[in-house]
Design a protein around this ligand. Structure first.
Ligand code: 13P
Length: 399
C-alpha cells in the first residue's frame, strides 16, 4: 500500500494530493456520514452524503476529455483465456500478465486513452518487470477503472434471458478498489432482442445498474452504466431503436430514483444497428443518425460522456461509426470504450512472441489514434492496412 500510494502521489496527473489523502481518510466518520446514518430530515427529505461529488464530476470529465476514450481491458480470466487461446497460448497468470503488460506499456498511449478498465486480477497485478499496473497507467495519464459486476446468470421466470450479479458486498469492494487506485467502475448487463426483451428483463437490468451506480458513487467511483443491447438477431435497425429507447428510459428512471448524480456517471451504450444476422446493412451515416436520435431523446445533457462499446463490430467499422457521430457538436463527449475493436489486431500481431511486442504495441497505438481522431470527427482512414482499406471501400467511404 505504502509504495502504491507514494507513487500515486508522485505521478498522478489526474488526482492531486489532497484528493488522494481525502480518499484515505474518508472512511472516518464525517459530518456527511453522520447524515448518512440518519438519512431523513425532519421535513422527510432524503439526503445523500455526496462526499465524493466534486471528485466524481472531475474524474468523469477527465475520462471524457477531447480526443480520448477508454481502453476496455477488463476481460475476465475466462474471457482472457479465450483471447489467448485464439493465438495458441495457455490461460496462465503469466500469459495474462504478459499480455496486459504489453497493453499498458504502449509508449504515448495516454494521448489517446483517458481510462483503462481492469479486471480485479489486473488492479492488483504488476507488469512483467515488477511495476504496479495501476502506477504504470497513472504515469501514462490514464485513469484506472475496475469491472465490478460478477457476471451474467439466467433470469428465472424469463424467456431464457439473463441478469447481472454483483450487488452483494459491492460497497466494501468499491471502497477497497478506490484504495487500490481505481477511480471509475463498470457494470455490464445485457438485453437480448431475439429473446424478448421481456419487461421483467429490462426492469431488472435497469434497477441493477441504478443500484450499482449509487453504490459506486458513494464510494468515490464514477460508474460506467452499460446496458448492452446485444447485436445478435435478424431484426432491423428500427427494432433496435425501439428497444434501446425503452431500455434507456427505464435506466434513467431508476438512476433518478436512486439519487445518482448524473454529472458523475459515464454511459456505455451499444450503437443502434441492425441485428448481426439481419439482411439489412447500415452505413456509418445511418448508424450515426439512429444512435444520435436515441441519445437526444433519452440522455440528459448533464451526462458528461457517452463511451460506446464495439460489440463485435470490426475495428474499422467501430471507428467509422464513431467518426460519423462526431461530425457536428454533441451535448456530451461521444467517444469509445472498446475492447475487441482496439485489441484484435494487436493481439494477433503479438501472437505470444516477445519479438512481436513492439509491432503489437504499434498496432494498438494506431487503433487508439484512429479512434481519437474519430472522437474529434477527423478520421480519414489514413494509414489503415490494405485489408481495412478494402472494408472502407466496400462501405462506400471516399478514401
Ligand atoms: P467490446 O468493445 O469488445 O464490445 O467490449 C466492450 C466491453 O463491454 C468490455 O468492457
Amino acid at each position: 500500500m505504502a509504495s502504491a500510494s507514494a507513487s500515486l502521489l508522485k505521478s498522478s496527473l489526474v488526482l492531486d494530493k489532497s484528493e488522494w489523502v481525502k480518499g484515505q481518510t474518508l472512511r472516518q466518520p464525517s459530518a456527511a456520514s453522520v447524515v448518512r446514518c440518519n438519512p431523513t430530515t425532519p421535513s422527510g427529505l432524503t439526503i445523500r452524503a455526496g462526499s465524493y461529488a466534486d471528485e466524481l464530476v472531475k474524474t468523469a470529465k477527465t475520462v471524457a476529455s477531447p480526443g480520448r476514450g477508454i481502453l476496455a481491458m477488463d476481460e475476465s480470466n475466462a474471457t482472457c483465456g479465450k483471447r489467448l487461446a485464439s493465438i495458441g497460448l495457455e490461460n496462465t497468470e503469466a500469459n495474462r500478465q504478459a499480455y496486459r503488460t504489453l497493453l499498458v506499456t504502449v509508449p504515448g498511449l495516454g494521448q489517446y486513452i483517458s481510462g483503462a478498465i481492469l479486471f480485479e486480477e489486473t488492479l492488483y497485478q504488476s507488469t512483467t518487470d515488477g511495476r504496479k499496473i495501476v502506477d504504470v497507467l497513472l504515469e501514462q495519464n490514464i485513469v484506472p477503472g475496475i469491472k465490478v459486476d460478477k457476471g451474467l446468470v439466467p433470469l428465472a421466470g424469463s424467456n431464457d434471458e439473463s441478469w447481472c450479479q454483483g450487488l452483494d458486498g459491492l460497497a466494501s469492494r468499491s471502497a477497497a478498489y478506490y484504495q487500490q487506485g481505481a477511480r471509475f467502475a463498470k457494470w455490464r448487463t445485457v438485453v437480448s432482442i431475439p429473446n424478448g426483451p421481456s419487461a421483467l428483463a429490462v426492469k431488472e437490468a435497469a434497477w441493477g445498474l441504478a443500484r450499482y451506480a449509487a453504490i459506486a458513487q458513494d464510494n468515490g467511483l464514477v460508474p460506467i452504466v452499460e446496458p448492452e443491447i446485444l447485436l445478435d438477431g435478424e431484426h432491423g435497425i428500427d427494432r433496435t431503436f425501439e428497444v434501446a429507447k425503452k431500455v434507456w428510459a427505464e435506466v434513467f428512471f431508476y438512476l433518478a430514483e436512486n439519487n445518482v448524480l448524473f454529472e458523475g456517471i459515464l454511459l456505455k451504450p451499444s450503437m443502434v444497428t441492425p441485428g448481426a444476422e439481419s439482411k439489412d446493412k447500415a452505413s456509418p451515416q445511418t448508424v450515426a443518425d439512429y444512435t444520435l436520435k436515441l441519445l437526444h431523446r433519452r440522455i440528459p445533457p448533464a451526462v458528461p460522456g457517452i463511451m460506446f462499446l464495439s460489440g463485435g463490430q470490426s475495428e474499422v467499422e467501430a471507428t467509422l461509426n464513431l467518426n460519423a457521430m462526431n461530425q457536428s457538436p454533441n451535448p456530451w463527449h461521444v467517444s469509445f470504450s472498446y475492447a475487441r475493436a482496439l485489441q484484435n489486431t494487436a493481439l494477433k500481431t503479438w501472437g505470444g512472441r516477445p519479438e512481436n511486442v513492439k509491432a503489437a504495441q504499434d498496432a494498438l497505438l494506431f487503433r487508439a489514434k484512429s479512434n481519437s481522431l474519430a472522437q474529434l470527427g477527423k478520421y480519414t482512414g489514413e494509414g489503415e492496412s490494405e485489408e481495412a482499406k478494402k472494408e472502407l471501400f466496400v462501405k462506400g467511404y471516399s478514401y
